[in-house]
Design a protein around this ligand. Structure first.
Ligand SMILES: Cc1cc2nc3c(=O)[nH]c(=O)nc-3n(C[C@H](O)[C@H](O)[C@H](O)COP(=O)(O)O)c2cc1C
Ligand SMILES: Nc1ncnc2c1ncn2[C@@H]1O[C@H](COP(=O)(O)OP(=O)(O)OP(=O)(O)O)[C@@H](O)[C@H]1O
Length: 150
């Protein structure tokens, strides 16, 4: 049984997310998805949807066997618990394969790191970015202030 881990923010699901998770699933027999905690999404605007809703939607996808909310402090805690054979990074994720491999090694975790393929739009106007979906909503429906969420 080869266990695979994919991870991401997964705010406002779109076909790029489905592509990533379906591609990651081909690396093994069982796919676990880790959903980033809101405070850990620091490289772009925070997600609109709360962690639990993002986790539940990812869990509902066919390619995913189980979805988990990530650890709030240490991203390697779920990895230590799940003991995956492969971590598949998204095609455009800012993480460096070698850095993650070194961190896994330092913790004595035997797991390889791969990178998924990207998906281009299949038709004009297909939105493959949560940020682009948010931008369109703001543009077409007007803005508003966001309350604090986790
Ligand atoms: C191997 C790995 C495990 C991760 N585990 C967690 C975690 O447990 N909790 C969390 O909040 N973020 C975790 N992350 C971080 C986020 O998934 C990710 O870095 C980022 O914030 C979301 O990036 P993206 O949605 O732009 O792809 C992990 C990242 C990696 C590479
Ligand atoms: N078009 C795509 N093709 C393949 N993978 C994708 C695509 N879009 C997103 N992903 C993957 O899905 C995972 C989660 O992505 P993320 O939640 O950052 O969505 P996003 O739409 O890229 O976000 P944003 O638009 O806010 O930057 C990442 O691993 C990312 O590489």
């Amino acid at each position: 049984m080869t266990r695979v881990v994919a991870q991401g923010t997964f705010d406002l699901l779109h076909p790029g997310h489905v592509h990533y998770l379906e591609d990651a699933a081909t690396y093994g027999d069982e796919l676990h998805a880790i959903v980033a905690r809101r405070p850990n999404v620091t490289h772009k605007p925070a997600p609109v949807l709360c962690g639990r809703q993002r986790r539940d939607m990812v869990a509902a996808l066919d390619a995913v066997d189980e979805a988990h909310l990530g650890d709030p402090e240490d991203v390697f805690v779920p990895i230590e618990r799940l003991e995956p054979d492969v971590i598949v990074l998204g095609f455009d994720q800012h993480h460096d394969e070698a850095d993650i491999a070194a961190a896994l090694d330092a913790r004595g975790i035997d797991c390889r790191v791969e990178r998924a393929s990207g998906r281009e739009p299949k038709y004009e106007d297909e939105l493959l970015s949560s940020g682009d979906i948010v931008d369109r909503i703001v543009r077409e429906r007007g803005g508003g202030s966001a309350p604090e969420r986790d």
